[in-house]
Design a binder for this molecule. Structure first.
Ligand SMILES: [Zn+2]
Length: 344
């Protein structure tokens, strides 16, 4: 993890004079695209117009096959963002810290690098001619609706193409190759081999990680053997403090076009759905995998209750970020610990 602080407005400058690729990235980030919005639809239409071989399924997912005769790889991102209160123009004001190479908003809206970063990677990979089946999924943030539709109605298409691996670009921070989204989604050997490929970039420290939360690739684990999700350099997603390390994202993109995707090992059985060791996973309503074991605050754990209270007081922002990553909502905490709403 690098610098987790929200950059000071003083050290920031308004975005201007960036090269073509970053201008496109910031253009994507500027658009507030909540699920089912006109703006999400506009992005999908833009992609359909841009790529000759692109086609929409009947849900509105955009599928772009590139040199499929050479490929058994699928790439995944989502077009929607978390913007519960979009402004009238559906446009965010962005700032960049050009020293840290971080981009963020003026604090009045989410950045939407979740998953604008993934959209940007995939557009550039398509244009670089990286072979694969690119699926820009709709409505991930409201229950993985686009991907569950595609998995349900286009299973034969994926099977006919012989897709062996599905790689999503939708994970926070810098170094995760996700092996479990609740239950196992890819083999450890696949995750390690992909980590090794990514780490050919100096300073990259990718490694297999079993604490993933839901993204679209989880909806294909019964069809595709190796499904994963990669860190793309954003954090505090879903909040107005969301940041994208665009320096990292640019390095990542440069690596993604070099990875030898087709020679990664394929080992997982599609029926292998084990739980991550040491985690108390519960699958909820097909989407949410609740991971946090609240009993860790009890006497059975090394961390005493008072130490935990102290830790939360001193690190409340990170604890909030962690809980959000685990999809834990305020009402669930209230329900779990039994506080009546009236007490708040
Ligand atoms: Zn996402």
């Amino acid at each position: 993890m690098r610098n987790l602080l929200f950059a000071e407005p003083d050290s920031a400058c308004e975005i201007e004079n960036f090269d073509h690729d970053l201008t496109r990235l910031f253009g994507i980030l500027k658009m507030q695209r909540p699920a089912k919005s006109q703006q999400e639809n506009n992005l999908a239409t833009h992609l359909l117009n841009l790529y000759e071989d692109a086609w929409p399924d009947d849900y509105g997912n955009v599928i772009v096959p590139v040199k499929m005769e050479d490929s058994y790889t699928m790439f995944s991102c989502h077009t929607d963002t978390v913007h519960p209160k979009p402004n009238k123009e559906h446009t965010s004001i962005l700032y960049a810290d050009t020293i840290l190479k971080q981009v963020f908003t003026n604090g009045l809206s989410q950045l939407g690098a979740d998953d604008g970063a993934g959209v940007w990677f995939m557009m550039n990979m398509i244009e670089a001619g990286v072979a694969g089946l690119y699926i820009f999924h709709r409505d991930e943030e409201v229950g993985g609706l686009g991907s569950s539709h595609f998995a349900k109605y286009h299973e034969d298409y994926l099977t006919q193409l012989g897709i062996k691996r599905c790689v999503a670009f939708d994970r926070h921070y810098y170094k995760d190759v996700i092996t479990h989204q609740g239950t196992r989604c890819c083999s450890d050997n696949f995750a390690q081999a992909l980590s090794n490929e990514l780490n050919m970039t100096d300073e990259f420290e990718f490694e297999p990680c079993d604490t993933g939360v839901f993204t679209d690739s989880a909806n294909y684990t019964h069809i595709i053997q190796e499904c994963t999700n990669l860190s793309v350099g954003y954090w505090a997603q879903h909040t107005v403090k969301e940041v994208l390390d665009y320096g990292f994202a640019s390095q990542m993109l440069a690596r993604l076009v070099q990875v030898d995707w087709e020679n990664l090992p394929t080992e997982r059985d599609v029926n292998d759905n084990d739980y991550a060791y040491g985690y108390d996973w519960h699958q909820w309503s097909g989407r949410d995998y609740k991971a946090y074991d609240f009993s860790m605050t009890g006497s059975t754990n090394h961390t005493s209750y008072s130490t935990m209270i102290q830790f939360i007081e001193q690190n409340s922002e990170y604890v909030a970020e962690y809980l959000l990553d685990l999809d834990v909502t305020e009402s669930e905490i209230i329900q779990h610990v039994g506080i009546a709403f009236d007490d708040l």
